[in-house]
Design a protein around this ligand. Structure first.
Ligand code: MN3
Length: 243
C-alpha cells in the first residue's frame, strides 16, 4: 500500500481527523479514568522555587513536567497501592523505604518503585538551588575531601559514575553505617535508605530529567547539576546525620 492509498484508507475510516489510533472520545475517557487522584496520606510537595528558577541549567518545561507529571504520578500510585493498608498509610515515605521488608509482598515492588520515586524526587528538589550558592566548607568540606580528594577530582569521579549508570537510576553521595561519605548509584527508583544508608545529596539520572534540553548528553546535565547543587542543604543534612 503506498502512502496516498494508506492515507485514504485511514481517512475513510475516520482515523486521520480523529487521532491516529484512538478517537477523541476514547482518548478523553482514558484521561478521565487516570485523572481522579485517590486520596491518601502522601501529597505532592510544592517546589521550593519557580519552574524557571534553575534556568539556564535546568529548563522550566522539564521542571514543570518532572514535578507536575512524573513526581505527581509517583505520589498518586503510592497512595493507590496503600489504599487497603491503613497501618502502612501511617508510615512516612522515608519509613516505607527503610522498612520495605515489612511491606506485604503483594505491594512491595509497587511501594519500592512509587514510594522510592516520591522520596527521591522530594529529596532531589531540595538538593537544587538557583546558582547553587557557596561551596562546601568546614568539617563537611573535610569529610567530602576524604571521598573526593579535591573539587576537581570529585567532579570527575561524580561524572564518571553518573555516566556509568546503564538505563534509569540515581547517583548519590550518602552516609554509610560507619558515618563515612560514599559515592553510590542505584537502579530505577531505589535509594540508599533501602540499603540502610542515608542520602546527603543525589541526582536523578532518568532521561525524563534532562532529555528535553540535553537529549543524549547526560554529561552536560551532570555538569549543570554541579552548578545548581544546594551545598547548604547538603551540609545541613550531613550535620544532622552526624549529630
Ligand atoms: Mn525523575
Amino acid at each position: 500500500m503506498n502512502n496516498v492509498t494508506r492515507r485514504q484508507v485511514f481517512k475513510s475510516a475516520g482515523l486521520l481527523t480523529a487521532g491516529f489510533f484512538l478517537s477523541t472520545s476514547t482518548t478523553r475517557a482514558l484521561a478521565q479514568a487516570a485523572a481522579p487522584a485517590p486520596t491518601g496520606p502522601h501529597k505532592l510537595p510544592a517546589l521550593p522555587y519557580d519552574f524557571g528558577a534553575l534556568e539556564p541549567h535546568f529548563d522550566a518545561k522539564t521542571m514543570e513536567i518532572h514535578h507536575g507529571k512524573h513526581h505527581a504520578a509517583y505520589v498518586t500510585n503510592l497512595n493507590k497501592a496503600l489504599a487497603d493498608y491503613p497501618d502502612l498509610q501511617k508510615m512516612s515515605v522515608e519509613e516505607l523505604c527503610l522498612n520495605l521488608d515489612k511491606v506485604p509482598e503483594k505491594i512491595r515492588t509497587t511501594v519500592r518503585n512509587q514510594g522510592g520515586g516520591h522520596y527521591n524526587h522530594t529529596f532531589f528538589w531540595q538538593c537544587l538551588r538557583p546558582e547553587g550558592g557557596a561551596g562546601p566548607d568546614g568539617a563537611f568540606e573535610q569529610a567530602l575531601g576524604e571521598l573526593f580528594v579535591d573539587q576537581e577530582t570529585g567532579l570527575k569521579m561524580f561524572v564518571e559514575r553518573a555516566l556509568a549508570v546503564f538505563g534509569s537510576g540515581w547517583i548519590w553521595v550518602s552516609l554509610d553505617k560507619d558515618k563515612r561519605l560514599i559515592l553510590e548509584t542505584t537502579a530505577n527508583q531505589d535509594n540508599p535508605l533501602m540499603s540502610g544508608r542515608q542520602p546527603v545529596f543525589g541526582l536523578d539520572l532518568w532521561e525524563h530529567a534532562y532529555y528535553l534540553k540535553y537529549q543524549n548528553r547526560r554529561v552536560d546535565y551532570v555538569i549543570a547539576f554541579n552548578r545548581l547543587l544546594n551545598w547548604e542543604f547538603a551540609r545541613t543534612r550531613w550535620e544532622k546525620l552526624m549529630a
